[in-house]
Design a protein around this ligand. Structure first.
Ligand code: TMP
Length: 205
């Protein structure tokens, strides 16, 4: 089991309120119980520079920020995380588990923001050695269930409204349909049911 996950790169992603942060924690716990050496990070963030970029991106005062500026900032945080943390962890044969990745930029800025998914992938290919993980699990959830789960103050991206978030969901589906290494899970179920489905997928990797 330990060796099976050495150097594996796994991402959990999906719309706001899909439960991926909880599910990432449960997956990491499960892997560690099996003796797997796991490095886990959130996006944007995971480095000192990335956490500063995160504050700029999510600050509700920054309503003037353009989609292109968002793309560059999310990508900058990602490149820093890759260079400083992910690449060394994979080289050391750790299993890397991420809360969001390039799939988010494709769904949010690429689809919902209108920047274009292909355009974003091109930028990622130019600045990341390994743009796509071994497995990306998309936690799909409808807008109503997601909104019920976000019962706190909303950040700048979460405040963008239903029309935008509907397109985010479509963006994730579109991306998962066209690519190998993607799987979609119905994340409207309870925490343990979703966790079980994630483990089934991860065990098949
Ligand atoms: P989080 O709340 O899941 O940590 O993510 C922060 C917000 O940033 C969330 O609303 C999704 C958004 N986001 C993008 O719009 N593009 C991206 O590339 C990433 C990683 C996140």
């Amino acid at each position: 089991m330990k060796d099976k996950f050495s150097g594996k790169f796994i991402v959990l992603d999906g719309p706001d309120g899909c439960g991926k942060t909880t599910q990432t924690k449960l997956l990491v716990q499960w892997l560690r119980q099996k003796g797997v050496d796991v490095a886990t990070f959130r996006e944007p963030g995971g480095t000192a520079i990335g956490e500063k970029i995160r504050q700029i991106l999510l600050n509700p005062d920054h309503i003037a920020m353009s989609t292109a500026a968002e793309v560059m900032l999310y990508m900058a945080a990602r490149v820093q995380l890759w260079t400083e943390k992910i690449a060394p962890a994979l080289k050391a044969a750790k299993c890397v588990v991420l809360d969001r990745w390039l799939s988010s930029t494709c769904a949010y800025q690429g689809c919902a923001g209108g920047f274009g998914i292909d355009h974003i992938i091109k930028i990622a290919q130019d600045c990341l050695d390994k743009p796509w993980p071994d497995l990306t699990i998309i936690l799909d959830v409808d807008l109503e269930t997601a909104a019920q789960r976000l019962n706190r103050g909303l950040d700048r991206m979460e405040q963008k409204g239903d029309g935008y978030h509907k397109k985010v969901r479509e963006g994730f589906s579109q991306l998962a349909k066209d690519r190998a290494g993607f799987a979609v899970i119905d994340a409207s179920a309870d925490i343990q049911t979703v966790h079980k489905k994630i483990i089934e997928l991860v065990e098949k990797t």
